[in-house]
Design a protein around this ligand. Structure first.
Ligand SMILES: Nc1nc2c(ncn2[C@@H]2O[C@H](COP(=O)(O)OP(=O)(O)O)[C@@H](O)[C@H]2O)c(=O)[nH]1
Ligand SMILES: [Mg+2]
Length: 350
């Protein structure tokens, strides 16, 4: 197996209420990254992650699963957690070793009871996170209401980094607010193709307003950026990324994206960075990766790494190695299910 330096490994946990599409999103990301040649479907019991007989018959995730893929020279370990409160222990395990989290919401309901449960764990573990509003294709999908529910019910500073083009059966594209570009979809699933398109005329005002809000949020943590934003009303794409990175790392802000995981719509868009699963690059190590590796960015990243990420990464690596003994299966998907819980195994190993 190809080896990656620690700095090129990302551990990302998918967390949410049950049934909102975490496993489907993981499957679509694995497909987009070419880690698999087909998109597994929950209904067919053909997913890489929900593979035990009980998970297939119940169509739910029961055990914490780990899948990996390579993206832009980085190895991404995705930790797919179960959504039922009975299994919340696995959410703790995942977030303890993850660098960052993707909080998935259902577009029609926004924050749900299970979201509130995982939110408590996210706060406790101080996980930098992004939000993905999934199921944008479903009836009653309402992106704005889902974002609002993050503010109202979680007190989370959720800031759109994308806007959907159309909702429910009209969902057919996204506007990337960072790059100020629009993408529309043709086809779905394995046939999905995104291509750049003009921002729809009827969305221009809304996009301008949302982008200004995003820029203001990006500028808020950085004096120089704020000065530039106040004097010119504008920031470059790199400056927006830099400002967002710093605030995401400090858990001050969660950028919000949207997609339809089961249909593989919006999971990846052609321009960089595009791939929702790797938007955790907005996290600490992203400072270098996103080409904003200026001296101050790197110094900040190194400080954060030393204070927090090095100890947690080491602990995470030890736990993963302890559990992985003999458990890697074909398809490079690792199942925690049959292994003892982290800590127990770790103790007996030492
Ligand atoms: N229409 C639609 N269905 C979805 C989407 N994402 C997931 N689903 C379906 O919702 C159900 C639950 O999905 P799953 O990935 O198991 O959710 P999890 O419990 O959060 O892992 C499955 O039947 C999926 O096919 C989506 O974006 N659109
Ligand atoms: Mg699942």
């Amino acid at each position: 197996m190809k080896e990656f330096a620690t700095g090129h490994i990302r551990n990302v946990a998918l967390v949410a209420h049950h049934g909102v599409g975490k496993t489907s999103l993981a499957e679509a990301m694995l497909y987009q990254a070419k880690a698999t040649t087909r998109i597994g479907r929950i209904a067919d019991g053909s997913t890489l992650l929900d593979h035990s007989p009980e998970e297939i018959s119940r169509q739910i995730t029961i055990d914490l699963g780990l899948a990996q893929f390579e993206f832009k020279g980085h190895k991404v370990n995705l930790l797919d957690t179960p959504g039922y409160a009975d299994f919340v222990g696995d959410v703790y395990s995942a977030l303890r070793v993850a660098d960052s989290a993707i909080l998935v919401l259902r577009a029609a309901t926004g924050v749900e009871v299970g979201t509130e449960v995982v939110w408590e764990v996210l706060k406790q573990e101080k996980s930098p996170l992004l939000v993905v509003v999934n199921m944008m294709d479903k009836e009653h999908a309402n992106f704005d209401a889902a974002v609002k529910s993050c503010h109202d019910r979680l007190g989370l500073n959720a800031v759109p980094a994308q806007l959907p083009i159309g909702e429910a059966d009209k969902f057919h594209g996204v506007v990337d607010l960072i790059e100020n570009k629009a993408y529309t979809f043709t086809g779905k699933g394995a046939d999905e193709k995104s291509s750049e398109a003009p921002i729809p005329a009827e969305m221009k005002d809304r996009v301008a307003k949302a982008r200004a809000a995003l820029m203001e949020e990006a500028a808020t943590g950085d004096e120089q950026l704020m000065e530039k934003f106040l004097s010119t009303g504008d920031l470059s794409v790199e400056e927006i990324r830099k400002g967002l990175c710093e605030r995401v790392v400090m858990c001050d802000l969660a950028p919000v994206f949207c997609c339809s995981a089961a249909l593989n719509l919006g999971v990846a868009i052609p321009s960089s960075p595009g791939f929702v699963g790797t938007y955790q690059w907005l996290g600490v190590s992203a400072l270098a990766l996103f080409g904003i590796g200026r001296e101050e960015g790197l110094a900040f990243a190194i400080c954060m790494q030393a204070v927090w990420y090095v100890p947690t990464t080491i602990v995470g690596a030890v736990i993963l190695v302890a559990h992985a003994k003999g458990a890697w299966r074909s398809g490079e998907v690792f199942d925690f299910g049959s292994a003892p819980k982290p800590g127990v195994r770790l103790q007996s190993d030492t």
